[in-house]
Design a protein around this ligand. Sequence first.
Ligand code: PAF
Length: 280
Amino acid sequence: MQTYTTINQIREVLAQQRQQGHTIGFVPTLGNLHEGHMALIRAARAAADCVVASVFVNPMQFAANEDLDAYPRTLEADKEKLVAEGADFLFAPTAREMYPEGVSTQITIPVLSNILCGASRPGHFTGVATICAKLFNIIQPNVSMFGEKDYQQLTIIRHMVNDLCIPVSIVGVQTGRAEDGLALSSRNTYLTAEERQKAPEIYRSLITTKEAIKNGIRDYYQLEQAANKRLANAGFKPDYFHVLNRNSLETANSADRKLIILAAAQLGKARLIDNLQLDI
Ligand code: PAF
């Protein structure tokens, strides 16, 4: 695997790949890679001739009160994992390379960016959309893989590439889970041993809600309230727990058949998010 830190270098090497007729699969990441990322790399491998990953802790998507400085940076270990999984190229730029003159152009996807995680993380999705647009312009991938765990992010990126006619297929990859159901996330490293024991409760609450809906319960508000209470009792600070239309992310009504249950809650220093999809 070759690693590049400048936009010019990675552009040049990928132009050669395109000249050889190779398609490009791209996996953007914040680093601190785990098995969930490796599933994205494998999906990119299966979909394209050449696999590019990026590792960039994007300052623009962290608010001043968030964990930008504490965010785990493990580039050497990340490289080893990418090599083992057969990635071809790594783009690992500095913040100066990506934002040499700060930020003057921003991409905002209104409504979708301000609900759910966007309500408690103002500006977060503008940071995500802007960096993804920049990375897509640099890498020019045919296909790009995103984890379904960050379902709101995946939805926003799909809208952005559609609205801005960016020629890349966005593929959602199933959430990787630990044996006890906890969704894999770099932020799980913030959990103490005791919190790690409790953490799968967020997944269990999603399962319980999904089962209730499958069994015919349609009072989604009541189900959401019950899940929030259950999480609070387990020691979480629930942020939201919602049953939504999977495409629009609007509150589900009785006619909606394609649903998603989305949850976010703070546990100690970790903000955990997870979701489950269901068709009724
Ligand atoms: O999900 C992430 O890891 C990040 O938000 C992304 C897509 C790499 C953009 O910085």
